[in-house]
Design a protein around this ligand. Structure first.
Ligand code: ATP
Ligand code: MG
Length: 340
């Protein structure tokens, strides 16, 4: 199915000027007068289309360029070069108009007024977005219901726990019924229950209201449970862009065997296809790499040679695959450094 592109970036690039800085006392004096600087390309020729109703995970290591991209999509930062259109609007040129179409949540800091009770923040947003009374009531009740907001509305934002604040931030971002929701690490620091609540809320608005969601996160379980597409960014460049299912199909070269032994955990004579990755009490976890022998042959041989109580086979999780991609990158970097 071809979907209309709601978000489009073409060779989107953002550079930062970083002043040269020398250490020590003399260095500090030098820094005061020096005009020398270097350029950091935080986002480097990023091109993608995102269609209506997609739920995209935007992932990468620290400093990869995720937040910088989100900031350009929301109009907070101006691109150095390239184009970006969000619902047909260039966000940095029409920041206000863009704000009506999008909701934004930065997990690291709240968008709400710190000293005001939550309800007052919502009322302020109501007037900023010029939301009519009846529409506001309906949306608020719906959000309060799903995010359990009623016990929180009289509490000043600064007194909320992290999980409570995140529920309020999500509600605030959705009050004006935006088509698109940008989330920069919305589950950071949340406990399992709070994470689960946030995930359920996001899945719901994506499925039932077709809200398009772009999520940056370091939590691969967020990606696994929520995103049908994943974009991996490395040093500002797109390293992978495709369906989460395809990522598994294309990158998974192994399966995980979880073996439980009857009594003790034996020493293993391994073939090149098997690699022990973890040992615990009477259990071992092996990676089975695809090769000449089928997994069934290998399992039969294991049952023949060892006193095995149970074997289960698992697919690697998205987090394992992404980790492999990151590690390969680090290895490539080491090789290049050696060559240089
Ligand atoms: N205002 C700025 N001035 C200078 N450099 C910046 C600025 N903002 C970001 N950078 C640099 O750009 C690069 C990308 O930063 P960005 O915040 O986009 O990374 P990120 O992928 O969001 O990382 P994280 O996972 O740590 O949040 C980093 O090297 C960062 O130091
Ligand atoms: Mg970031």
């Amino acid at each position: 199915m071809i979907k209309e592109a709601l978000i489009r970036t073409v060779n989107l690039t953002r550079e930062f000027k970083i002043p040269e800085s020398k250490e020590g006392l003399l260095g500090s004096i030098y820094n005061l007068f020096s005009r020398k600087s270097s350029v950091k390309r935080a986002v480097d020729n990023v091109t993608f289309d995102i269609g209506v109703g997609e739920f995209v995970g935007y992932v990468g290591e620290n400093g990869a360029g995720k937040s910088t991209t989100i900031k350009m999509l929301t109009g907070i930062l101006t691109p150095t070069s390239g184009q970006v259109l969000v619902n047909g609007i260039a966000p940095y040129e029409n920041r206000v108009q863009n704000a009506f179409n999008i909701g934004v949540v930065f997990g690291q800091r709240t968008q709400l007024w710190w000293d005001l009770p939550v309800r007052d923040s919502f009322d302020l947003l109501k007037s900023i977005y010029r939301i009519p009374d009846d529409k506001f009531k309906r949306t608020y009740h719906d959000l309060a219901d799903t995010l359990d907001l009623d016990p929180l509305t009289k509490v000043p934002v600064r007194k909320l726990s992290l999980g409570q604040r995140m529920r309020c931030d999500l509600a605030a971002a959705m009050l004006h019924n935006p088509k698109i929701l940008f989330l920069d690490e919305p589950t950071i620091g949340l406990d399992i229950i709070a994470k689960d609540n946030v995930r359920r809320f996001l899945a719901r608005i994506n499925k039932t209201s077709e809200v398009t969601i772009i999520l940056t996160t370091h939590d691969m379980d967020d990606i696994e449970t929520l995103c049908d597409r994943i974009i991996i960014i490395e040093e500002g460049k797109i390293a992978y862009d495709g369906a989460t299912e395809l990522l598994k199909r294309d990158y998974v070269r192994y399966k995980i065997l979880e073996i439980e032994f009857h009594d003790h955990n034996p020493e293993f004579k391994l073939s090149p296809m098997l690699e022990v990755v973890k040992t615990e009490a009477n259990k071992k976890w092996l990676h089975f790499h695809q090769g000449d022998r089928s997994i069934h042959d290998v399992i039969s041989a294991l049952f023949r040679d060892y006193r095995i109580k149970d074997i289960s086979i698992h697919e690697p999780k998205v987090g394992d695959i992404v980790k492999t991609i990151y590690e390969n990158r680090t290895q490539r970097r080491r090789v290049t450094a050696k060559d240089a």
